[in-house]
Design a protein around this ligand. Structure first.
Ligand code: SR1
Ligand code: MG
Length: 403
């Protein structure tokens, strides 16, 4: 349960400036600082502090006592420690792909980090149907570097178990266990289903015992498989982009889980962008180009992930038995089918559960929105039920084309 240290309080914008002045050796004494709270996520407060003379800026991120999306979620402030520690670790494993952390404060449950003011949130950029040519290259590199090098394949098993302890994250995991693996697949009161989509959900999701059983198996894999240190919430709102660079933020859901989780999560969110473009771009040529870009990004993210995983496996793996013939294929096939399953779970939970995505909710025409959501559910179901059949990028894109 929530456990706040004496001295903790949630900061206002003014208090965030005072905090920066007294706790961080970042701005010049007497600098003219302004602050704006810019958090738009479901959980935390994000303060951007700018020196008006020099333009220097930083971010202070503070964990509040309850989630912003709903005070039903009383989430541990320890998530801020987890976020600070994993950002530092990911910065070593995948240099250039995460913001630099300057400071962590366990009493105020906040951390100060690099301001990525030249970047934009990928989900927001996708809502304007922008494209980023290097995205698949960047996502696949980040995923391979962080997932392989934190696994038992590369780390000594005792060292890895120490990391499992450091990144034990029960309350944030509980959110995922409930919101991703459990609630969307029965008529849970906390679900929030769009009217036009509801009859499909009742008939095809809540009334399918085979689907329920498969989600139960997947939930137990999520609960028990400490394969790799995951980002844990790798959606397009956790990715910052420019034309040239990609940075991954917000890893507060980090914990040791099935390596396919992060890959599946990001693929599903690329599919949400695809569905939005399909529904919202009126000009046929523009629509085809944008959808083609997203299909190619999905395909490349998966295929490059496999290619880079194989290269790094051969270079970095230390575990003796992992060199036996067939083991690499067995291991990678498992990651790919887990990724397919998570793609399916994420596609379903963002339609049915409490936490939606703007890619779908921004579709203002109710008929189009229901069509888009049902597309996601149908595809999601197929990813979950047939997860073993998705082993390459084209397996994923064919499923989108044939849905
Ligand atoms: C209560 S938090 C709801 C969702 O927001 C986060 O970003 C995670 O995706 C979580 O499931
Ligand atoms: Mg987040």
């Amino acid at each position: 349960m929530t456990n706040f240290t004496v001295g903790y309080f949630t900061m206002t914008e003014k208090e965030a400036i005072e905090y920066a002045n007294s706790n961080l050796d970042f701005f010049q004494p007497g600098a003219n600082l302004t602050c704006k709270e810019i958090g738009d996520g479901n959980l935390n407060y994000v303060f951007r502090i700018v020196d008006q003379q020099t333009g220097q800026s930083l971010i202070i991120k503070q964990a509040g006592p309850v989630a912003r999306i709903s005070d039903e979620f009383k989430v541990s402030p320890d998530r801020n420690r987890i976020e600070s520690e994993i950002l530092r670790l990911q910065g070593e494993l995948a240099p250039g792909f995460v913001p630099e952390v300057y400071h962590y404060d366990p009493v105020m449950n906040c951390c100060a980090m690099e301001d990525l003011s030249d970047f934009e949130i990928l989900r927001t950029a996708f809502s304007a149907h922008k494209t980023f040519p290097n995205l698949a290259e960047h996502l696949s590199t980040f995923l391979v570097k962080t997932l392989l090098q934190t696994s038992d394949l590369v780390l000594g098993h005792k060292e890895k178990k120490e990391l499992v302890k450091t990144f034990t994250n029960p309350e944030l995991c509980e959110i995922t266990e409930d919101l991703v693996y459990t609630e969307p697949f029965y008529d849970c009161p906390r679900n929030d289903v769009f009217l036009g989509t509801r009859s499909y959900v009742e008939k095809e999701i809540w009334n399918d015992p085979h689907l329920a059983l498969e989600t139960a198996k997947l939930k137990f894999d999520f609960l028990t498989n400490t394969q790799s240190l995951l980002h844990g919430d790798f959606h397009t709102g956790s990715i910052f982009v420019t034309e040239e660079e990609t940075k991954i933020i917000d890893p507060e859901f980090a914990f040791y889980g099935p390596a396919g989780y992060d890959l599946g999560n990001v693929v599903a969110n690329l599919i949400f962008a695809y569905v939005n473009g399909n529904s919202e771009i009126e000009d046929p040529e523009k629509r085809e180009n944008y959808l083609g870009y997203l299909q190619s990004t999905i395909k490349k993210t998966i295929d490059l992930f496999k290619e880079k995983f194989v290269i790094d496996y051969k270079d970095k793996v230390t575990e003796k038995v992992a060199s036996y013939d067939g083991f690499l294929e067995h291991y990678l096939n498992g990651i790919l089918s887990d990724a397919a399953a998570v793609t399916g779970l994420e596609l379903c939970r963002r339609v049915i559960g409490i936490a939606h995505v703007k890619d779908l909710t921004d579709i203002t025409d109710p008929v189009r929105r229901a069509e888009a959501e049902i597309f996601c559910l149908k595809l999601g179901k197929s990813f979950i039920l047939n997860r073993g059949n998705f082993q390459s990028g084209s397996d994923f894109t064919e499923a989108i084309n044939n849905n």
